[in-house]
Design a binder for this molecule. Structure first.
Ligand SMILES: Nc1ncnc2c1ncn2[C@@H]1O[C@H](COP(=O)(O)OP(=O)(O)OP(=O)(O)O)[C@@H](O)[C@H]1O
Length: 259
């Protein structure tokens, strides 16, 4: 049995949720450390997004706990968990569609800096906010679209803006649920390179739900495999993906997509 001497950044213990008679996530215990990127994989309906929802507080657990730096988050709301350091790039639910791209980011930056939404601010605060917004626009490759309403961005642009909003919060834990889904071939690398650079900086704990094997191979230090809500395997990517039980469950008996 592995013994752990340090407190992980994030931990789930026996985390479970049941919908009616169906156990969608079943006693999943996992630890996630700083500077690591863990891919959460599994077949459709395995419980990946539900596991994310339990961690981020979108969904209350039936049993078990989520701990951030050792502290049980209990029934804390998603907003509380975000403030505590659990960030998630949502799927287009956080944007203010009529506000410009820059203003969407500005709202988050102001909230993060504790400036709220007061109209009158010292000039030094406004300059700091503008600088931060400009840097974020560059990072998500939206500098050229800064004044466009968020609703007019492409799907991929909106998803990049959401990533920017999560970066603006600068949470300790960053959760990405299929971050390149629906993106064009030239948009996806922007997000993948961004995730890679965050990982290489080594300060964040990154969780990634992803189906694409090439993305997983290029980014993940570790894979956890869910199947029918249960943790099937946990370890180094090549090793885990070669396990017969994983190939059977995740890739199907044909082994399609295994390479
Ligand atoms: N709110 C809910 N009410 C009832 N059942 C739910 C709810 N949310 C998820 N489920 C069920 O829980 C199971 C896990 O769903 P989940 O979306 O987490 O799977 P997933 O691994 O993310 O799948 P996919 O790869 O297709 O996105 C599925 O059987 C799903 O139908």
């Amino acid at each position: 049995m592995t013994t752990h001497t340090t407190t992980p950044v994030l931990e789930t213990r026996e985390l479970s949720v049941q919908f009616g008679g169906h156990v969608a996530v079943n006693r999943v215990s996992c630890r996630f450390d700083s500077g690591t990127l863990t891919a959460i994989v599994g077949p459709n309906g395995a419980g990946k997004t539900t596991y994310f929802n339990l961690i981020s507080g979108q969904l209350p657990a039936t049993e078990g706990e989520v701990r951030l730096r050792g502290r049980v988050l209990g029934g804390r709301s998603a907003a509380h968990r975000a403030r505590a350091g659990l960030g998630r790039a949502f799927q287009l639910t956080q944007l203010f569609p009529r506000l410009s791209v820059a203003d969407n980011l500005r709202l988050v930056v102001q909230a993060k800096l504790g400036l709220g939404f007061r109209f009158w601010q010292p000039a030094s605060h406004l300059i700091a906010v503008d600088r931060e917004v400009e840097a974020l626009l560059e990072r998500v490759d939206l500098a050229g679209r800064a004044e466009v309403p968020a609703s007019q961005l492409s799907h991929g642009g909106q998803r990049r803006l959401e990533v920017g909003m999560m970066l603006a919060l600068d949470p300790e834990v960053m959760m990405f649920d299929e971050p390149t889904a629906g993106m064009s071939l030239d948009e996806a690398p922007v997000v993948l390179n961004l995730i890679r650079s965050i990982k290489e900086a080594g300060e964040k704990t990154i969780l990634l739900v992803e189906h694409k094997m090439d993305v997983i191979r290029s980014l993940a230090d570790r894979i956890i495999v869910l199947n029918n809500g249960t943790l099937l395997a946990d370890g180094e990517p090549a090793e885990v993906m070669s396990l017969p039980s994983v190939r059977q469950a995740y890739l199907g008996e044909s082994g399609e997509g295994a390479t």
